[in-house]
Design a protein around this ligand. Structure first.
Ligand SMILES: *Cc1c(COP(=O)(O)O)cnc(C)c1O
Length: 395
């Protein structure tokens, strides 16, 4: 039998009709604890001799359906859901590195990931070297004898630069180094890092997997042994578990993930092309544009180019602030992967607290605007950007 297609998996993977009621939709098991039955059954469950639910910090039936579904979409043996994307990243990291270990991390990663490695884990004795991971030779030079992990994000923050997953997985594997890729921007619909030899994938499920901006969550996917250990050790004892209610919302969202991503891809490409020819725009970064320096790599390792578009305004910080105030349909908000189009100008918002020099070193230039292109009619998104950009010059 041919394996099921991506739409089928998104709707059916990991679920079966509820054995007690026959409910077709996965029931929301809002319970902290579970009846153990008899003393003997309880003892057998605790001894690991019998399967069963005990306590929702250990496992929960609604959460387990989500885990099986994402594992199927990412072509993985197993998955573990967490209370946020950061909890997924922290749990995976704490399952890999110990004091004295070294991490090599792509320079272009989500800012909280950067902070977690640079500040929080450094304080625990785990050193990280950040490198330009678009160049595998720079990555190779940063590896040391005690490097345990190569941490990647592709497309990465903030400029949608790519890492060559196959080349970097090969490089790391030859030296016994674990590879991890944050696949939040691409989604399992556009890219499956495990297929390129990456060991572990993390997602902020808050973004495209949920898709509707109404739940925070995260998920780790990888080999069964790795996931089991994440569940039994760092997740259980640091406690960053997912609420069953959020698992229910994310499962609901995933059913339409392939449909939504198809449209995010199409809308973002149209927006990128529109911006590329606009006189107020100095440059556009979108992996699906021929002008993206790694377009060939994008075509090789991605099936679609995603919903995120970055562009640089000619008018710098002032122009960015004016555009934020002029847009009407696009919402001035952080986060991404929502049905709604979200727009941010890091220099005047998220990065206004750091020095200009530090911000520029992170690639956040004065006129940089980040768009999470939503699912609205593309004509409406383009019209809003058109009038917003016109407002800059009319100021
Ligand atoms: C949002 C995000 C995270 C963090 O996820 P939370 O759900 O906010 O904790 C990690 N990586 C990427 C790429 C993200 O966009």
């Amino acid at each position: 039998m041919t394996p099921p297609g991506i739409h089928t998996l998104a709707i059916h993977a990991g679920e079966s009709p509820d054995p007690t009621t026959g409910a077709l939709v996965p029931p929301l098991h809002l319970t902290a604890t579970f009846h153990l039955g008899t003393a003997e059954a309880g003892a057998a469950i605790f001894a690991g001799e019998q399967e069963g639910f005990v306590y929702s910090r250990w496992s929960n039936p609604t959460v387990e359906i989500l885990q099986r579904r994402v594992a199927a979409l990412e072509h993985a043996q197993a998955a573990l859901a967490t209370g946020s994307g950061m909890a997924a990243i922290a749990t995976a990291l704490l399952n890999i590195v110990r004091a004295g270990d070294h991490v090599v991390c792509a320079q272009a990663v989500y800012p909280s990931t950067y902070h977690l490695l640079d500040v929080e884990l450094r304080a625990l004795g785990i050193a990280t070297t950040f490198v330009d991971a678009t160049d595998w030779q720079k990555v190779a030079r940063a590896l040391t004898p005690n490097t345990k992990l190569l941490y990647l994000e592709t497309p990465g923050n903030p400029l949608l630069t790519l890492c060559d997953l196959a080349a970097l997985a090969h490089l790391a594997r030859a030296r016994g180094i674990i590879t991890l890729a944050d696949n939040t921007f691409a989604t399992p619909i556009n890219q499956n890092p495990l297929d390129w030899g990456i060991d572990i994938v993390v997602h902020s499920a808050t973004k495209y997997l949920c898709g509707h901006g109404d739940a925070v969550g995260g998920i780790i996917v990888g080999g069964a042994d790795f996931i089991q250990r994440c569940a039994n050790e760092p997740l259980r004892y640091f406690g960053g578990v997912l609420s069953p209610f959020n698992a229910y919302l994310i499962l609901r969202g995933i059913q339409t993930l392939p449909l939504r991503v198809e449209r995010h891809n199409a809308n973002a490409l149209a927006v990128a092309r529109f911006l590329e020819q606009h006189p107020q725009v100095a440059s556009v970064s979108y992996p699906g544009l021929a002008s993206h320096p790694q377009h060939a790599l994008a075509r090789q390792q991605m099936r679609g180019f995603g919903g995120m578009v970055c562009f640089e305004l000619k008018g710098g910080v002032a122009a960015g602030a004016r555009l934020m105030n002029a847009v009407k349909l696009c919402s001035l908000a952080v986060s991404l992967g929502d049905t709604r189009t979200l727009i941010t100008h890091p220099a005047s918002t998220t990065h206004s607290v750091v020095s200009r020099a530090q911000r520029l070193a992170q690639g956040v230039t004065d006129g940089l605007v980040r768009l999470s292109v939503g699912l609205e009619d593309v004509e409406d998104i383009l019209a809003d950007l058109e009038q917003g950009l016109a407002a800059i010059s009319n100021f």
